[in-house]
Design a protein around this ligand. Structure first.
Ligand code: UDP
Ligand code: MG
Length: 139
């Protein structure tokens, strides 16, 4: 399994607010190469599958409704140390706790509508990448 790739998606709040271009610019300027990208929308059922690991958590229903509420931009990204470096670029889950200059600090509305996703491990990056780009051999 490649260890130099991660998966991300720009979430409905950021796409809807017109931040897609600014966020992609930050990602590229941070040294990530875009390997795959598209604009799509999840159904509530597919959002539920993507976040199945969180299904016992109190915010799960709200999260699935929110993540299916508008278009998203999923991407596979390549860079040395991609997973950890990308988590640093996006910042804390809660934008109020995210460091200055991070994508979530700059663009997220709140802890739920937090602008962008980033995989938390090489294993999950591969699973999540295949969830959106099953037609390709990205991992
Ligand atoms: N989330 C939420 N409320 C919370 C925690 C998380 O709505 O209290 C949402 C938020 O959109 C977050 C996603 O659930 O990005 C997944 O949560 P996780 O803890 O995996 O955070 P992440 O890895 O995205 O930073
Ligand atoms: Mg997570």
């Amino acid at each position: 399994m490649a260890t130099n790739r991660t998966f991300t998606m720009i979430k409905p709040d950021a796409v809807g607010a017109g931040h897609t271009g600014a966020i992609i610019k930050m990602i590229e300027e941070a040294g990530f190469r875009i390997v795959a990208m598209k604009l799509t929308q999840l159904t509530p059922e597919r959002a539920g599958q993507f976040y199945a690991v969180h299904k016992e958590r109190p915010f799960y229903g709200e999260l699935c409704a929110y993540m299916s509420s508008g278009p998203i931009v999923p991407m596979i990204l390549e860079k040395d140390n991609a997973v950890a470096d990308f988590r640093e670029l996006i910042g804390n889950t809660d934008p109020k706790k995210a460091a200055e200059g991070t994508i979530r600090r700059l663009f997220a509305k709140d802890i739920s509508a937090n602008a962008i996703h980033g995989s938390d491990s090489d294993e999950n990056a591969a699973i999540e990448g295949r969830f959106f780009f099953a037609e390709t051999d990205m991992f």
